[in-house]
Design a protein around this ligand. Structure first.
Ligand code: GLV
Length: 321
């Protein structure tokens, strides 16, 4: 019987497709990410690994698993935790979960933007503190999204879905990415910005949707954060290391940025202590795809990919690079 290592506790019905295919399941029954050592100790002999975005899949884990390993499926769209070249070199197929989490993640980015623009966290804190003395004409004034200039870095599936949402709120959209997206320009009147530095100088709101690669690590460093106009808002639902978090804290502290809505952090689950004390940030524990329907759909894609690879097929959600 072939064995699949599942790196987190998951509902039985999510794993049913693997059991129904006659696979033996070895589930690490915990919610938090297992250590590298624990992963390496459980991987030997497995035909497939069902992993999450906090699990490092590197050459050491693949070698610990052994030559019979044929598939790694991750319940995430991001694959920055997986050494793709090491998988390719060992003939291990890698699958992710695109499409099914697009709306949930774009919704969360929109929620963060609305929370920032209308200062929801500050308002709620005021009310809960008991210090609210009633309606005031200048109290907690926020921003209008109508006509705001929103820059999207990484206009892929989630970036495009976010663009549709902000356009519905009346904002104007510009985007920066590796290639031009004529369909986005035609559909939303989105403006292509070829030069990132120039684009930043024009953005009142910046939302990040790029994958994390060597090229995008600290894409927003201290210099680029300062290119944003004073008072800009930043939303990050992509990956924390796209932003130099220490530089971000400085830019928020001295008021260069008016606020940041962050669902992802540079060293998850650690959060820069400076962020925790700032009133003008909204911080979420990486909830982008966290809806019941979306997570179930992600599980179905991941288990479907494992079943397909193990019976010699090539599912659509294989990573090709
Ligand atoms: C979430 O961050 C994902 O990559 O799915």
């Amino acid at each position: 019987m072939e064995r699949v290592l599942v790196t987190r506790a998951l509902p039985d019905d999510w794993l049913e497709p693997l059991a129904a295919a006659g696979l033996e399941l070895d589930v690490i029954e915990q919610d938090e990410a297992p250590s590298d050592e624990l992963l390496r100790s459980r991987a030997p002999g497995c035909a497939a690994l069902l992993v999450m975005l906090g699990d490092r899949v590197d050459a050491a884990l693949l070698d610990a698993a052994g030559a019979q390993l044929r598939a790694v499926a991750t319940m995430s769209v991001g694959v920055d935790h997986i050494e793709l070249a090491a998988c390719r070199a060992r003939g291990v197929a890698v699958a992710n979960t695109p499409d099914v989490l697009t709306d949930a993640t774009a919704d969360l980015a929109m929620a963060l933007l609305l929370a920032l623009a209308r200062r929801l966290a500050e308002g709620e804190a005021l009310l809960r503190s008991g210090a609210w003395s009633g309606w005031g004409p200048q109290q907690l004034l926020g921003r209008d999204l109508a006509a705001a200039r929103v820059l999207i870095i990484g206009p892929g599936r989630i970036g495009s879905a976010f663009a549709r949402r902000v356009v519905a709120f009346g904002a104007r959209v510009a985007y920066h990415g590796r290639r031009r997206r004529p369909e986005l320009e035609a559909e939303l009147g989105a403006h292509f910005e070829a030069e990132l530095d120039t684009a930043l100088t024009r953005a009142e709101v910046l939302s990040l949707h790029a994958p994390l690669t060597e090229a995008t690590h600290h894409l927003l460093d201290a210099r680029r954060l300062r290119l944003l106009p004073r008072g800009a808002l930043l939303v990050n639902t992509a990956r924390g290391p796209l932003v130099d978090e220490a530089a971000l804290v400085e830019a928020l502290r001295d008021g260069h940025l008016a606020g940041a809505g962050l669902d992802v952090f540079e060293r998850e689950p650690a959060v820069h202590p400076g962020l925790l004390t700032l009133p003008n940030v909204v911080l979420l524990p990486h909830l982008g795809s966290a809806t019941q329907g979306t997570r179930r759909a992600m599980a179905d894609l991941a288990t479907g990919a494992i079943n397909a690879v193990l019976r010699g097929a090539s599912p659509e959600n294989l990573i090709s690079s």
